[in-house]
Ligand binder design. Structure first.
Ligand SMILES: NC(=O)c1ccc[n+]([C@@H]2O[C@H](COP(=O)([O-])OP(=O)(O)OC[C@H]3O[C@@H](n4cnc5c(N)ncnc54)[C@H](O)[C@@H]3O)[C@@H](O)[C@H]2O)c1
Length: 218
């Protein structure tokens, strides 16, 4: 049996692109753990329906028991954590789900990952990774003349979304420093591309009426 990776939020925009690319290029097993909120779209992964390397488990990252039993069953060599409430405007209208999923959910995952990792052999512990996918929005906003952010930029989240992601980043960092859990955190900028939920295209605004009536701008 080849080593498995466990992905959270694999039915979302970036998670589904990652999943498809992983199966196509790495050709090793991947389990997708996703709640299927409004942002999760199983259609993104339709091409994997009869793919033996892929399996799907519907679940909430805040449900520790469910995640724990999946860890036990799947024995992954890595966890890639995409699952989040990710839309800044929604976080302004209703922050509750963002705090729950992004902070409580990430806490649940690192706690369960820590307990799982502690039981691995020394060589498995060394090889294990918990990859937390975060955002550059934890660093705040840049003006046109400002220098780019870097990994040591000061955290200055400006929305409930970025504050919840910053809270998650700090938890992941703390689990590395306190318990030596092998974690990685990425803080990428906005992405765009296939399988993106139409109203979440932050990078390229959805204003076709504007473009069609101003074709000289195209
Ligand atoms: N899209 C971007 O431009 C961008 C930029 C920087 C960072 N990020 C980060 O990358 C990650 C993925 O972003 P995305 O745009 O693909 O998000 P998305 O909103 O498209 O997908 C999120 C996925 O997580 C799932 N999910 C939500 N709550 C869950 C829960 N409680 N339990 C289990 N699954 C749950 C959803 O069903 C969905 O499939 C997020 O952590 C986001 O913060 C995204």
């Amino acid at each position: 049996m080849q080593p498995t990776i466990l992905v959270t939020g694999g039915a979302g925009f970036i998670g589904s692109n990652f999943t498809l690319q992983w199966i196509a290029e790495e050709k090793t097993p991947l389990i997708n753990f996703d709640k299927l909120t409004y942002a999760g779209n199983p259609e993104n992964l339709r091409s994997l329906i009869s793919e033996p390397l892929y399996s799907f488990h519907q679940g909430d990252i805040c449900d520790r028991e469910s995640f724990r039993s999946l860890l036990k069953e799947a024995a992954p060599r890595a966890i890639v954590h995409f699952a989040a409430e990710s839309h800044v405007d929604r976080s302004i209208r209703g922050p509750d789900d963002f705090i729950r999923t992004n902070i409580d959910g990430t806490f649940s995952l690192v706690e369960e990952a820590r307990a799982y990792w502690a039981e691995l052999s020394a060589s498995e512990q060394q090889a294990f990774r918990f990859l937390h996918v975060s955002t550059d929005e934890v660093y705040g906003s840049l003006g046109p003349q400002d220098a780019p952010f870097h990994e040591s930029s000061t955290y200055a989240p400006n929305s409930p979304y970025s504050a919840s992601k910053a809270g998650a980043d700090h938890l992941v960092r703390a689990y590395h420093h306190t318990y030596a859990l092998p974690t990685l955190t990425t803080n990428c900028s906005n992405n765009y591309g296939p399988y993106q939920f139409p109203f979440l295209t932050r990078f390229l605004p959805m204003i076709p009426w504007f473009l069609t009536s101003n074709s000289s701008l195209l």
